[in-house]
Design a protein around this ligand. Structure first.
Ligand code: MG
Length: 413
């Protein structure tokens, strides 16, 4: 471990005391991002810093929560994460109520961290504090380490990304006042990382003067001195609107597979994807026995974690006797859409000795696309034979497989 890291224990302040007003009322930090709460993922990045070789875990972590919602903040963390936080030494873990605005919340959090550092015999002037938005779940341990290194060298560090949109200075009269251009400007991210002692002193002065700050870097700049900048990470976005969570790469795609086999018998119709194919035999089954639709329905329900075809359309239910499987598929797709998913593409294979399916491929794909409500170009059907082997090869059965990829839809409320 480099000497520099021993000399500067790292503390973490996670801010989660905002109103989430642009998020539509719910606390955005408590929402799920890829199966974990936004807050949990923001916290984990700092714990993971300590998981690498030659790096150290934080000495302590404090979360500021909306007053009265401290228990909610704790509940948004898994028990294993709370246990890891409470094991942080020597400063431990606390959730403290925030203040009337972000500046007050950060000040309260810094006071709590400094109190814990002093109680543990640490000098706040020699501790580093990362101040991080609880609504930035995609921060990486690499960025945390880079911020710590710059703060050790310069006292204060802010990660920035290049501006995408050209900024304009807006006049209250409805006209643009100036055109500063993008050159030389960057957007500030968190963590913003500082020496704890001076930052706490700067926040006390900002409070005394009631100076309205935009962020902690501006407080440091006004009362202490220049802030170093390093390159931020594009993925380290702040969750501001509901759509921001839908773009989570971990929670945006699901794959599903389905398989089915039906006996072929005389006196039954051969139905493939709702298309009746002229033949002297057809599928045996409780419903119309449409083997392709059954495989597709299982793939769809599987991808969305909604059970399987038997869960929703049990053979014991007389409603589904001789049912049109296209109708079952329409209902299954409705369940999938209601869960917030849309189809990216569907790839299927039907294995059948006779008759040849090639001439019916277009009709089957068009039927699947129409029922599922997606472009024909997203649907594929391949036809195979078993070359005389097993029950399918002998012409006694027909088999189908389906693989579907789902994407998080914008329809989710
Ligand atoms: Mg079936």
């Amino acid at each position: 471990m480099p000497d520099g890291e021993r000399a500067f224990p790292e503390l973490v302040l996670i801010t989660a005391a905002g109103s989430s007003s642009r998020f539509g009322g719910d606390k955005k930090e408590f929402m799920s991002a890829g199966g974990l709460s936004v807050l949990e993922r923001a916290v984990r990045a700092f714990l993971d810093v300590g998981a690498g070789n030659g790096t150290v875990a934080p000495a302590g972590l404090v979360i500021t929560a909306t007053p009265g919602r401290e228990a909610g903040a704790r509940a948004a963390l898994s028990t294993s994460t709370v246990a890891a936080l409470e094991a942080l030494a020597p400063c431990g873990f606390a959730v403290v109520p925030g203040g009337a605005d972000r500046r007050d919340s950060v000040r309260f959090g810094l006071e709590e961290l400094a109190r814990r550092a002093c109680a543990a015999g640490l000098d706040p002037a020699e501790c580093i504090v990362h101040v991080h938005d609880g609504a930035r779940p995609w921060v990486t341990p690499a960025l945390v380490r880079a911020c710590a290194a710059a703060a050790r060298a310069h006292g204060a560090c802010v990660p920035v990304t290049p501006l995408v949109d050209t900024p304009k200075e807006l006049g209250p009269d409805g006209f643009v006042r100036s055109h500063p251009g993008r050159g030389g400007f960057g957007g500030a991210q968190t963590p913003q990382t500082f020496l704890l002692g001076p930052l706490r002193a700067a926040h006390r002065r900002a409070h005394e003067e009631d100076w309205a700050c935009t962020d902690d870097a501006s407080v440091w700049d006004r009362y202490i001195g220049p802030v170093a900048w390093i390159e931020g990470e594009r993925e380290n976005r702040k969750v501001t609107y509901r759509e921001d969570l839908m773009r989570d790469p971990i929670d945006s795609m699901r794959v599903g597979e389905g398989w089915d086999i039906h006996r072929l018998a005389e006196g039954r119709r051969l139905v493939i994807g709702g298309v009746v194919i002229p033949f002297d035999r057809g599928e045996l089954g409780h419903s119309d026995g449409d083997v392709l639709w059954h495989a597709v329905i299982d793939a769809l329900l599987g991808a969305a974690s909604l059970g399987d075809i038997g869960t929703h359309f049990p053979p014991s239910d007389q409603r589904w006797k001789d049912a049109d499987s296209s109708e079952l598929a329409r209902r299954a797709m409705g369940l999938v859409r209601d869960s917030g998913w849309d189809i990216v593409n569907l790839d299927t294979t039907v294995t059948l000795e006779r008759p040849r399916l090639g001439p019916h491929r277009e009709a089957v794909c068009a039927a699947l696309a129409a029922v599922l409500g997606v472009d024909r170009a997203r649907i594929s059907l391949k036809a195979k034979t078993k070359e005389g082997m097993d029950s399918v090869g002998s012409g006694d059965a027909v088999e189908a497989r389906a693989v579907v990829l789902l994407v998080r839809s914008s329809r989710r409320s």
